[in-house]
Design a protein around this ligand. Structure first.
Ligand SMILES: CC(C)(COP(=O)(O)OP(=O)(O)OC[C@H]1O[C@@H](n2cnc3c(N)ncnc32)[C@H](O)[C@@H]1OP(=O)(O)O)[C@@H](O)C(=O)NCCC(=O)NCCS
Length: 432
């Protein structure tokens, strides 16, 4: 396992919390051609093998522009286009066929070295882009359809599909297609939970800075309104990332494939190393309003009766109302949570987490926990605490908390803890 020897046990716990949610889910890796020949590529494939061993289904889509460029200069021909976004003449199509076939073969070799069964596929059904503004784009193709049936059957048999940047039509003709476009289509049609662009850059660069996290509509707006903020190559990536988000792929990552822990670091952490473009998972979560105090009290009533939660009066809730958040479905509050902040200690306490019985086991508790954690990070807090009598294993296994002692509580909180006599377990999560 890459870098695993250097990991601390707590890091491993952090990783383990992600595994159930990704089991039998599909990730699409869109690998730029220059990454395949990078010295770190073997490590990347090792990580792919690790993901497969965790029952995560990984599909590899690769580009070939760097190799087409090299082959063109070796053969002394001028490539009419290298990345499948311009015009592909007959000579360039030939370059693309040779370059990508070699590259696919290299990937198959690497997968074999990791004991992974793999297959090069012809799953991209394409037609010619055609004549745009009077210019015939010749052998440049556009993805029409993805043969998802073939991909699914390979995936269920544990075979890694490798998809070259080539499309085929019903007459058996081949077209050059852009690999990122292929990856978006495949991610959309396979309903992948992640599309990861593996590039030689640290992430999406916009106006000289890396984008760490952004919501899909925000990225969509800047790729439309501020194209000058991106380099040509970046703009294409950003446009494809936005297209994937708009097509319903919940998480689109852009990572640096030349970094040792690029892929695992991105997949198994809340704060990846590259760029994350994500759908708004928190659209159901909103700050509590005055009128919600009663709903919070009613919602948590059962939890209080079962001694899962501390009894709080309506006026206590009202007093700290700005700490509370509501999860609502069709305007009905179905769950709540609070984040109490201890600014001096730079600590936060996740409290009053309650999901109504009718909505349990749908991931709502996890979303609220994640929401509070992200909010605590935004507020610059260093540690998140949770006190629990009956859900401590939940916080450990689903939230990555570890058991602490009451000594970690701020003095005033410690006093209340001792007075309550509830003997809750104290759970801690470092937010570094
Ligand atoms: C604990 C609680 C918040 C979980 O919310 P949820 O939305 O049902 O949980 P999720 O859908 O995110 O996660 C479900 C997973 O958590 C597990 N889980 C649920 N309650 C658990 C508990 N008390 N202890 C350990 N694991 C628990 C489920 O078995 C399920 O596991 P799986 O994914 O491996 O199948 C909810 O059950 C609740 O409100 N409990 C009562 C109040 C409470 O104890 N709050 C915490 C004190 S602050």
């Amino acid at each position: 396992m890459t870098g695993a020897e250097g990991r601390k046990l707590t890091d491993l716990r952090g990783i383990l919390q992600y595994i159930p949610q990704f089991r039998e889910k599909t990730f699409i890796l869109a690998i730029d051609g220059d990454i395949v020949t990078d010295e770190n590529f073997a490590t990347l494939l090792l990580d792919v093998a690790l993901l497969w061993s965790l029952n995560i289904r990984v599909v590899l889509v690769h580009g070939a522009s760097e190799q087409i460029r090299k082959l063109a200069s070796e053969r002394n021909v001028v490539a009419s286009d290298v990345d499948g976004s311009g015009i592909t003449d007959a000579a360039t199509l030939d370059l693309a066929l040779t370059a990508s076939t070699r590259l696919t073969h290299e990937i198959l070799e690497g997968l074999s070295a990791n004991d992974l069964r793999a297959a090069c596929t012809n799953v991209i059904i394409a037609h010619p882009v055609g004549i745009l503004q009077g210019v015939d784009h010749l052998f440049t193709g556009k993805v029409e359809r993805v043969d998802t049936e073939l991909l699914q059957s390979l995936l269920t048999q544990g075979v890694v599909p490798v998809i070259p940047p080539l499309g085929f039509d019903g007459d058996g003709k081949t077209y050059r297609v852009n690999s990122d476009g292929v990856a978006v289509a495949v991610a959309e049609q396979l309903k992948a939970v992640k599309l990861i662009f593996v590039t030689s850059q640290d992430g999406l660069m916009y106006r000289g800075q890396i984008i760490r996290q952004m919501l899909v509509p925000e990225l969509d707006a800047i790729v439309r309104q501020d194209t000058a903020g991106f380099s040509h190559r970046m703009l294409l990536k950003a446009q494809y990332a936005a297209a994937a988000g708009n097509a319903g792929v919940p998480r689109v990552h852009v990572i640096n494939g030349t970094l040792d822990e690029g892929l695992l670091g991105e997949v198994f952490s809340n704060q990846g190393l590259g760029t994350l473009i994500h759908a708004n998972e928190y659209e159901n979560i909103r700050p509590a309003k005055k009128k919600d105090a009663r709903a919070i009290q009613l919602l948590t009533k059962q939890g209080v009766e079962a001694d899962e939660l501390v009894r709080r009066t309506k006026s206590m809730i009202e007093k700290n109302l700005s700490d509370y958040f509501i999860f609502e479905i069709d305007k009905n509050p179905v769950a709540c949570v609070a984040l109490h902040v201890y600014p001096e200690q730079k600590q936060g306490e996740l409290a009053s987490l309650y999901v109504s019985a009718s909505h349990e086991n749908q991931g709502i508790g996890r979303k609220l926990t994640q929401f509070v954690e992200n909010r605590a990070r935004e507020l610059g807090l260093k540690e998140l605490l949770a006190l629990s009598t009956q859900a401590f294993t939940y916080f450990q296994s689903k939230g990555g908390f570890v058991e602490g002692t009451p000594d970690v509580l701020p003095p005033a909180r410690r006093e209340r803890y001792d007075q309550s006599g509830r003997n809750s377990k104290v759970l801690v999560k470092k937010l570094t």
